[in-house]
Design a protein around this ligand. Sequence first.
Ligand code: SF4
Length: 432
Amino acid sequence: MSPVIPIRAETTTGCTDVTPLVQRGQREVFCGLTGIIWLHRKIQDAFFLVVGSRTCAHLIQSAAGVMIFAEPRFGTAIIDERDLAGLADVHEELDRVVHQLLNRRPDIRMLFLVGSCPSEVIKLDLSRAAQRLNQIHHPAVRVLNYSGSGIETTFTQGEDACLAALVPGLPSMNPQVPSQTKPQLMVVGTLADVVEDQLRHLLEQMNITVNFFPPRNSQKMPAVGANTRFLLAQPFLADTARALQDRGAQHLPATFPLGIEGTTSWLQAAAQEFGVSPLLFEKVTAAPKQRAEKALAVHRQMLDGKRIFFFPDSQLEIPLARFLNREMNMDLVEVGTPYLHRQHMAAELALLPTGTRISEGQDVDLQLDRCVEDKPDMVVCGLGLANPLEAQGMTTKWAIELVFTPIQGYEQAADLAGLFSRPLRRREKLAA
Ligand code: SF4
């Protein structure tokens, strides 16, 4: 028997009280315009018109890759020298471009004017432009605006700004409609269609009716009101959540649906709120859980005990670190996030090992120094850092793939693990 009586029982709150290493300096991140790439695939009758410079057009083209050849639903209205010199009325020019665009693409039902650094710097009032254009083109097309500029937004925050702009226009729940007198579930955040279908199926098997926001069709926006309970499917939706709460909706705190544990407790938050019996919950989730367990085992062999370092990118880093640590037995060296929203991240932080080094924001040179000194087995970072780090002998995982690939839910758990095990396997093969 131990002669020492512990004064306080060991706490199990993980990183709940963590003080992140906050750094502000040079950053290696995308701006919010990049969100257009996945948002335009989701809302299939919307068009995203960036009001910006050639730089913005180049960014979107390189991020979209081959997609630009498929007549996509995004483009850039370029602010040129005449606009900047005040020789042309920018609002008139914009009206003309929008008119041309809508004539050419009658399938468009929703148009987003997306602000950029140049449009912000010249103080172009896009909300006024959106209101004016809306009056002209409504009801055939709804015109909205949000900012995806690098001054205001980092990468996935572009989606947050877009969804937050949609919230005030969502229809109100009507207490006269019988189906809207009871609490309803809304899942918030862009998910690949295949993931959305799977999660919908699981929730419906538990007799929970669910709406997804954003929807696939701009004409089918979900209603919102005091009976709305919402689950966040993505961790970067602070403004959207606030806007929904302003409309009376209630947030259900949960982990994010990454990996078996994350998906189970995410579903559980809904199940508890909607009074689903533990028996039914178990019945619905048992088989997909089992399939996922089996599929994960293969990747665990490769990832077990490996040390991972996250550079900040998408705000997905903390839930990913939780999954890799708890389900794949990886050790966390540093978990960087562009922004830490403590409330939305509370359930995730509680599951991280106490003492994990969490950093918020970035001073890229200092972070690179830490990374080189720590010598992790794997580095998660953007494309700008990946090849230089590979050249130094490190194994890297491009962070952007984690946003473009369907990774949520049980069926995708192994695909998610595969994104991390593959670069390690590749390095092993090359070394052999
Ligand atoms: S919005 Fe700003 S950061 Fe983004 S591409 Fe345009 S100029 Fe660059």
